[in-house]
Design a protein around this ligand. Structure first.
Ligand SMILES: Nc1ncnc2c1ncn2[C@@H]1O[C@H](COP(=O)(O)OP(=O)(O)O)[C@@H](O)[C@H]1O
Ligand SMILES: [Mg+2]
Length: 189
């Protein structure tokens, strides 16, 4: 099983690259952000809870995210692997993911870190907000999300280095060029 964690700040290209990876390697995609946005759209209880956090640029509590993740993961049948997009976002979530996979006889194969400078992230997210109307892509919420990324999510870089799963990717460049770099790393596994 090929279990890829795609990692990076908001706007680093996780969603964009995940689509290509899913197509090439035939694995399943779990975007926790997409799952939550769908729940919000459908007006479910989970969606109502999630909306409060998302509108504030905050993370959803770990226990809730972990439950959602395990249930989506277990819904895949005859899976060749999964790309985790937007999860884990905290060290507690990384530990929970490791445990969840270990209980199923699996592990993370690689953590791909899309490294993009802050100025470029701002430009991309403001543009995404205009094009797609994503509610949390406004300047104020973006700033909060980048702060949350630096304080709660970036520590995962050292955590995955310690696990010997870390792969740095320069996330600045064409989408095709970045994808080629990711494939080179994945094909070496
Ligand atoms: N290599 C790239 N160069 C320029 N813009 C990009 C690149 N990759 C993604 N984008 C754009 O940046 C925005 C954020 O990308 P996305 O994949 O949604 O990031 P994430 O899922 O990490 O938040 C999107 O509008 C996307 O079209
Ligand atoms: Mg995304």
């Amino acid at each position: 099983m090929l279990n890829i964690v795609i990692f990076g700040a908001p706007g680093s290209g996780k969603g964009t690259q995940s689509e290509r990876i899913v197509e090439k390697y035939g694995i399943n995609h779990i975007s926790t952000g997409d799952v939550l946005r769908a729940e919000i759209k459908n007006g479910t209880e989970l969606g109502k809870t999630a909306k409060g956090y998302i509108d504030q640029g905050q993370l959803i509590p770990d226990e809730l995210m972990i439950d959602i993740l395990a249930s989506v993961f277990d819904s895949f049948k005859d899976s060749k692997g999964v790309i985790f997009d937007g999860f884990p976002r905290t060290i507690a979530q990384a530990e929970a993911l490791k445990k969840m996979l270990a209980e199923r006889g699996q592990d993370v194969s690689v953590m791909v870190d899309l490294d993009v400078p802050e100025e470029e992230l701002m430009v991309r997210l403001i543009k995404r907000g205009k094009d797609s109307g994503r509610a949390d892509d406004n300047e104020e919420t973006i700033k909060k999300r980048l702060h949350v990324y630096h304080s709660q999510t970036a520590p995962l870089i050292d955590w995955y280095k310690n696990e010997k799963k870390y792969q740095h990717i320069n996330g600045l460049g064409t989408m095709e060029g970045i994808f080629a770099e990711i494939c080179e790393a994945v094909d070496k596994l």
